[in-house]
Design a protein. Structure first.
Length: 351
């Protein structure tokens, strides 16, 4: 047991350093714990941070606490201008993860000679925080994307157009926040170049960029997510490749496919075609009654697609359809900006 009364002045300075950094580490862990709890709702991480705090608290020996103010801290109260520039959850996560990592490194070094157990504990927790920080940043990014899905009712899917970038910018200016890009003819090099251009446009307007089917293009263009059909990659494989910062949407039009998608952790579902559509001529419409049956218990965002026009939005809303996905109605429009505004306005109206 360490003894305060018999400690040398050098030891007391070291104890003071350890004491200060144990406080810093536990404070930073509490910030991360509360964000995991209230910001992300992830009890897995809440439990880990709480456990780290308890372990460090148990090893915060009385001799360390008694050393406080033994040597006057002439740097007390110093701050840095960057502290007031933290304006996002991600910045707070990174800064507090860094705070914990740095504090634990100091503890590890200064406790190495007289408290080997604490030094070992600090090292082990520090390495775990490196990984957890990335997990929290990824989850926070996904949470932001999910919020956009929740708050926006119009989802636009691209078609092949010579002036595609102009059309997309027009509908983004109109207020569309979700764009899915479909690939048709062309080389993968062309596809990637176009995807990067659309991603940059979406970023400028704080909108989601989702790639249809092509996980490789989604990764290479840093898309916000991927949309998969029933014949594409399975969701579990897609999640392994994409990680947890990206959203994954699934096309489904029956009970089994919808149930499987939800169990596997998809972020949203596209259901249709609800009406006849020239985009999917080979698919039989499932109709409004079937849509109502399939979606009555859904607790994640879902978008109806297929044959949706401005004049049937009111009908859809009366039957519980609040979110829609469009292709030709905006891609073939003479005034995509104005039409997008009209769709958004119609979707926002109360029936």
């Amino acid at each position: 047991m360490l003894n305060f009364n018999t400690a040398k002045n050098e030891d007391l300075r070291i104890y003071q350093i350890i004491d200060a950094n144990l406080d810093r580490a536990r404070e930073g862990l509490r910030v991360l714990e509360d964000w995991s709890r209230f910001g992300l709702g992830k009890d897995k991480y809440v439990k880990r941070f709480k456990n780290f705090r308890q372990i460090l608290g148990k090893n915060h020996l009385e001799v360390y606490k008694q050393s406080r103010n033994h040597v006057e801290d002439k740097c007390k109260g110093l701050t840095h201008k960057e502290q007031i520039n933290r304006k996002t959850a991600e910045q707070i996560i990174s800064s507090n993860s860094g705070r914990v990592q740095e504090a634990l490194r100091v503890i590890e070094e200064f406790s190495r000679l007289h408290n080997h157990e604490l030094s070992k504990i600090a090292s082990e927790i520090r390495y775990e925080i490196y990984t957890i920080e990335i997990d929290l940043l990824n989850l926070s990014q996904c949470k932001k994307s999910e919020q956009i899905l929740k708050e926006n009712d119009l989802y636009v899917i691209t078609d092949q157009k010579d002036n595609l970038l102009e059309i997309i910018e027009e509908i983004l200016i109109a207020g569309v926040r979700i764009i899915q890009h479909r690939f048709k003819t062309g080389t993968d090099k062309d596809h990637l170049q176009k995807a990067i251009q659309i991603k940059n446009l979406c970023k400028r307007y704080d909108s989601l960029f989702i790639v249809n089917d092509r996980i490789d293009i989604a990764l290479a263009s840093n898309a916000d997510g991927i949309h998969l059909g029933q014949d594409d990659f399975d969701l579990k494989t897609a999640r392994k490749l994409l990680g947890y910062s990206k959203i994954i949407g699934i096309s489904a039009n029956n009970e089994i496919d919808i149930s499987n998608a939800i169990k596997q952790g998809c972020n949203y579902i596209g259901i249709g075609p609800i009406f006849e559509t020239t985009t999917k001529k080979d698919k039989k419409p499932i109709g409004i009654e079937k849509i109502k049956t399939l979606t009555k218990d859904l607790n994640i965002p879902w978008f109806a697609i297929g044959g949706i026009k401005l004049n049937n939005i009111s009908y859809l809303k009366k039957n519980g359809v609040k979110k829609v996905a469009l292709v030709s109605q905006l891609m073939n429009s003479k005034d995509p900006k104005e039409d997008a505004i009209m769709f958004i306005k119609e979707l926002s109206h109360e029936n």
